[in-house]
Design a protein around this ligand. Sequence first.
Ligand SMILES: [Zn+2]
Ligand SMILES: [Zn+2]
Length: 438
Amino acid sequence: MIQAPLGTSDILPGELARWRRVEAAAHDLMARFGYQEIRTPMFEFTSLFVRSVGDTTDIVEKEMYTFDAGSTESVTFRPEFTASVVRAYLEHNLHKQRPFQKLYYLGPSFRRERPQKGRSRQFHQFGVEALGSGDPWVDVETILVADAFFAGCGLSGTSIRLNSLGCPECRPRYRDAVRAALEPDRGRLCENCRRRFDRNVFRILDCKAPACHAIAEKVPAIGDSLCDRCRSHDRTVRDGLDASGLKGRWSPDTRLVRGFDYYTKTVYEFTAPNLGSQNAVGGGGRYDNLIAELGGPALGAVGFAIGLERTLIALAAQEKAGETPNDPTVDVYVVTVEPGPVSRAAAFSLATDLRRAGLSVDLDFEDRSMKSQMRTANRFNAAIVCILGPDELARGVVNCKSMSEGTSESIPRGEAAARLPDRVAAARRATPAVASKE
Ligand SMILES: [Zn+2]
Ligand SMILES: [Zn+2]
């Protein structure tokens, strides 16, 4: 038996209702906030990610799915979307039509990580990129969007960690301060962090190894090193969050650095309760130099990415979800009384007419007893069951039973397609509980 590769998963019919709810929440929200969808290819030239994400990051050093595409340059399955979105923005001159563009995306990304709960090698992200503005209020807006998304999914209790990473003017000062603070304990850092010390010292601040965690406590906060512009930007974001109803929901976290080189100024992360140490469900920040680094004009930008698998795990943890319903919901289930080809043909023809009338319909194909067909109709949450027995077939009628009202009526077979849509609607109205079962 061939199985799916490690770190990938199938999304089965029983889980898809949740996925589609979360995706619908994203699309609805984006319309409300004025973001437009963009779809970019799943793979790009490798150099795009090396230049944007950064060649000393974990992602580029060891997690990319890179392959040789024959005659062309090496290509890589996208480990994230931001670089692709910025590339497309520049390649299609979107910035010349209108420099400020608010875009969003939804789709799979790929990283060769050690698979664990909530961390797959193919995972799905929803994210926004507000390109072409340096205004701190745009940072605030993206945080509000992410917050509204989690609320729209029904996830409660999320909190926001916020930090500033400074800019090319003030960050070198902070880098020196971090190195100076870590230098005495350099030999006690974990192997990864000893390597990071010269190459990417900020990543030591969010290392999960207990020894590194303790050592990093001694590192001064970046606040003291920020230049005036970064300090004032940071203050506007903090005040903006408070003024927008998020007071008490966010907290400063000077160890938040995020795993990408391109971030400047604001960075933030959303965490959800009940997820243990892997509690981040999404995050983002400002990247004021990336557009220029990828060959465009000097324009600021800010965005976030949310992990959909993580969000769904957080939702499941919240609901302590029991069984996931694995059954379709139909308007009408057609039940036959006698097995055999005559009943089957009549049931199939009725189902076809009703489907053409816009109803969702299913029927038995296994010659099961009437009782077990009725059980299936119940499991499928059918509003109406159409019963075709020998008597109905002989008289050219359909016995239509409303499952919620418990009533039955005989409808001429020729009128079924015209009359049943109204009967279904009436039966659904009679049972609000049925409609909300999903
Ligand atoms: Zn600065
Ligand atoms: Zn470490």
